[in-house]
Design a protein around this ligand. Sequence first.
Ligand SMILES: *Cc1c(COP(=O)(O)O)cnc(C)c1O
Length: 499
Amino acid sequence: MGLNYQSTRDANNVVTASQAILQGLAVDGGLYVPTEMPKLDLNFKELANKTYQEVAYLVLSAFLTDFTEEELMYCINGAYDQKFVDPAIAPLNKVGNVNYLELFHGSTLAFKDIALSILPYFMTVAAKKNKVDAEIVILTATSGDTGKAAMAGFSDVPGTKIIVFYPKDGVSPIQEKQMVTQKGENTFVVGINGNFDDAQTNVKNIFNNTDLKEELRQEGYQFSSANSINIGRLVPQIVYYVYSYAQLIKSGEIKDGDLINFVVPTGNFGNILAGYYAKQIGVPINQLVCASNENNVLTDFFTTGTYDRKRPFHITTSPSMDILISSNLERLIYHIANNEVSETKHRMEQLLADGEYSITAEMNQNLEKFYGEQATEEEVKEIIATVFNENHYLMDTHTGVAAAAYQKYQKATQDSTPTVIVSTASPYKFPQHVMDAFATDTFILESEEAKLVQQLHEFSNLPIPPSVTELFTAAVLHDTVIDAAEMEATVKNILNLKK
Ligand SMILES: *Cc1c(COP(=O)(O)O)cnc(C)c1O
């Protein structure tokens, strides 16, 4: 029997994995979740000797049951190849007494590459399987990393177009440069005057506009999403939780069955939700520490049981986490409400109408394996500098949020469980913010981005990834900037729709 997916807002909206991937968001506005957790035979002693690709097959075949073995192998081998500079794909790096799970060795230098290098393969296989002959238009809001990783994945993939919206003043200079230099006839990048939440809300509205959907259908187009609302993004992220547990056994850090913690720098709640799914299928996880920057809406949620987005939006040095509406939390709400759609739907409507909702005491109990913690900008700088000075390990600012949050977690709980800090970006993606942790009166930072990269290199001895060097000579191919309210009109324009 295959595993199906249903909407968090309508128990009758049930589809196959490939259909869920094609649709992205459910028509009722909900997100697709597995109708049950698949049963996997996780023999970690055996898994310890498996490659990333082999572990990926084990996990993906359990979640995407309407894909054949041949199709999955095609997707896995296409995605996890030399695009990743480290053949381990997701290597662990022991620093002091914690392990950093480095997910940034793909072509765009952030963890989004892991899911977004395989999503285009899923999408084209799913289209064939479901006899979709419409051209698939990927519509994506990005806080900086998804956009580039999705474009890199979909660039010149036949039968697809990709349109990316990013907050014009909310991404790092390297992130922006990566996006506006993107090649590929089918890629479109648009800056908006607004923040990530504005971009994401408008993308969801465009998805849910039934008139527009009909117009698209007539013109031979169909929307889908590369955001983590797409289950095809989440499932590949479960893999590295399984893989890293097995690798810790292999290196002798833990014994089979030992519990471990993961600390996850969080924005849209996709990465950490994949960790929750990993726990549900049998990875021995003790705590999932949800690390937030000064946009600490999730920290408050885990502490108080109330999600309240009515608060100032901060632009921080970890821009990919500058989010006040964490979309994937909807999936967790559904699960902690014992898979009740009505409990989920009405809270999501409350969030839209009133900007907040609360969960019941019973739901709160189901959250006991989550711990929310936050880090200030000062704390992030401090931990980056301390870890580098003590261990000569340089982390980026997003990972810094996690490392600082972990320090506070340990202080508060005295928990000595072996811990993995999920490292989501290369320091070279945010050179200015990383180097700021070291700037002093005598150590003055270069102001030009290219020189700053060189300075970071000389300072840390970390090799400069080739994709960074190329950026400084690449031509700018996209320069449109619009107001958030013009997003729908812009989509129509790009697709040459008449009305
Ligand atoms: C996207 C991103 C995050 C946040 O991940 P979510 O899945 O949205 O919670 C953290 N760090 C980096 C570098 C990212 O690109």
